[in-house]
Design a protein around this ligand. Structure first.
Ligand code: HEM
Ligand code: HEM
Length: 196
């Protein structure tokens, strides 16, 4: 069921959902773990000498990345359909305006990068002439024609977007922990599995 946005509306505060839907919570933690793993594997595999292990990790990174892209699309669809709970009024009243803006901007930028990072990875693979084989069995059509010069332009964009995502995640986690340990306002519990 879609829930209406009650953003910053004290009148609707009592009836508004207090926490994220269990599906949103599941997707948040599943994709969080998957993205951190992808980032670490990406850095590790590019440093390996040419070997069957390197080739295996590259293939794994590519099909896992495409799976993450599909899950991110499902997540976005879910979010558009089920609006997240509005920030509690007590928190909004205490937050300086820049912090409220940063909260929404960070979440928006994270969503943009959930798509930009894997799409740039796919574009690089296509331009470099390396096919993507989903789960090692299903070859996917190429996004672009082979063009080695273009591939060399796209490669640092994929790496840069992945680093930008990592930087935003660090900021996001720091903010979540500040809310939890310094402000003690219960914001983190909205994204924790559990009832109520
Ligand atoms: C790779 C790791 C992570 C990513 C990509 C990520 C991404 C996101 C995104 C996009 C949202 C917005 C959800 C929405 O409105 O649809 C969100 C919310 C949230 N995240 Fe994360 N997250 C990550 C890790 C974490 C960690 C480690 C924590 C806790 C320490 C955390 C705590 C939260 C909380 C509390 C919210 C809800 C904020 C609110 O109540 O408005 N996240 N996260
Ligand atoms: C979904 C999230 C993804 C994340 C977080 C991610 C992250 C990374 C990182 C951190 C690197 C190392 C960059 C460097 O320092 O040079 C990397 C490299 C790479 N990624 Fe991804 N990636 C993702 C998805 C994809 C996808 C979907 C593909 C292609 C289908 C892909 C293809 C590649 C390739 C081919 C490289 C190696 C580039 C080189 O040889 O330098 N990635 N990725």
């Amino acid at each position: 069921m879609a829930t209406p946005s009650t953003s910053h509306n004290p009148a609707l505060g009592a009836s508004a959902p207090k926490r994220y839907h269990p599906v949103a919570v599941l997707l948040h933690w599943l994709l969080g773990l998957a993205l951190v793993t992808m980032f670490v594997v990406g850095i590790y595999m590019t440093d390996l000498p040419f070997s069957p292990e390197r080739l295996k990790l590259y293939n794994w990174h590519k099909w896992a990345g495409v799976s993450i892209l599909l899950l991110s699309a499902a997540r976005l669809a879910w979010r558009l359909w089920h609006r997240p709970p509005a920030l509690p009024v007590a928190i909004v009243q205490r937050m300086p305006a820049w912090q409220a803006a940063a909260h929404h901007l960070t979440h928006g930028a994270l969503y943009v990068l959930f798509f930009a990072v894997p799409l740039l990875g796919m574009a690089y693979s296509a331009a470099a002439g390396f096919p993507i084989v989903l789960f090692g069995v299903l070859p996917l059509p190429s996004l672009l024609a082979v063009d080695k010069e273009l591939a060399e332009l796209i490669k640092p964009l994929h790496a840069g977007a992945a680093w930008a995502l990592a930087a935003l995640v660090v900021l996001h986690v720091a903010a979540a922990l500040k809310h939890h340990w310094v402000d003690r306002d219960g914001l983190l519990l909205r994204m924790m599995p559990g009832r109520g």
